[in-house]
Design a binder for this molecule. Structure first.
Ligand code: ZN
Ligand code: FE
Length: 246
């Protein structure tokens, strides 16, 4: 388990490569995609916090697996998820749609639908001076989510939409896949200096047990081949190539 404290957002590394994010303000906390419950409860208890909300980006079990037990412990918790997923995220009690704006911990949070990984994947954009995006399994550092239910076009459109956010947006994804993604990218672009430099930074962080997430949108646009793709065809080629690589 690892912690990475920045901007009052802490990452708990769980399972093989999942990261559960906890966003704190005063003594309140919001958890994003709790795959499991024990480490979340321990963290909240150790820090004397009160769980206010659970944000769910999509229905996969490594994102909602801990929700039931958290509700048992905090029965008033708000569980925010896509209104399209009432069956597959049945414990939701606040159902949201694309473009909706919520107030979470006193901040404006906009729902941005990012289809491709699933048919209803959403992200949570905290729109302040230091913007933050909880992106789930749509974008990873150096990579993007697998297309399980959507189309190449949907995923490409989702990434294009992310690219329009403020360049200083800090992005929090749900898996620590960065190193493997960069090794794949270097196979395709062996002389790319930006990617090489990023790999060095990432290896250094991993060697001292730090997370390589969050990452800045601005920097990510320089090293992520999926964000650099100039058109749908190039994106589809990359995604298919990556599917075969892992
Ligand atoms: Zn997923
Ligand atoms: Fe996942």
């Amino acid at each position: 388990m690892e912690f990475n404290k920045a901007h009052n957002i802490t990452g708990l590394r769980v399972l093989n490569d999942n990261v559960i994010w906890l966003w704190e303000k005063d003594k309140s906390v919001v958890v994003i995609d709790p795959s499991v419950h024990e480490p979340v409860i321990s963290y909240i208890d150790e820090n004397n916090l009160n769980l206010k909300a659970i944000l769910q980006t999509h229905h996969h079990s490594d994102h909602i697996g801990g929700t039931k037990n958290l509700i048992e412990r905090w029965p008033d918790v708000k569980v925010i998820a896509s209104s399209k997923e009432k069956k597959r995220i049945p414990l939701q009690n606040i159902s949201v749609d694309d473009g909706e704006i919520l107030n979470v911990l006193g901040e404006k949070v906009e729902i941005i639908e990012v289809l491709g990984h699933t048919n209803s994947h959403i992200s949570f954009f905290v729109n302040g001076n230091n913007p933050v995006l909880f992106i789930g399994d749509t974008l990873f550092s150096g990579g993007c989510g697998r297309i399980f239910e959507g189309t190449y076009k949907q995923m490409y459109t989702s990434l294009e939409r992310i690219k329009l956010l403020p360049k200083n947006t800090l992005i929090y994804c749900a898996h620590e896949y960065t190193k493997a993604n960069l090794l794949w990218a270097l196979k395709l672009k062996p002389r790319d200096q930006d990617i090489k430099n990023k790999l060095l930074q990432v290896e250094e962080k991993l060697s001292i047990n730090e997370l390589t997430i969050p990452f800045l949108l601005d920097e990510e646009m320089k090293i992520n081949l999926f964000l650099r793709a100039k058109n749908l065809e190039e994106f589809a080629f990359l995604r298919a190539n990556k599917d075969l690589w892992v």
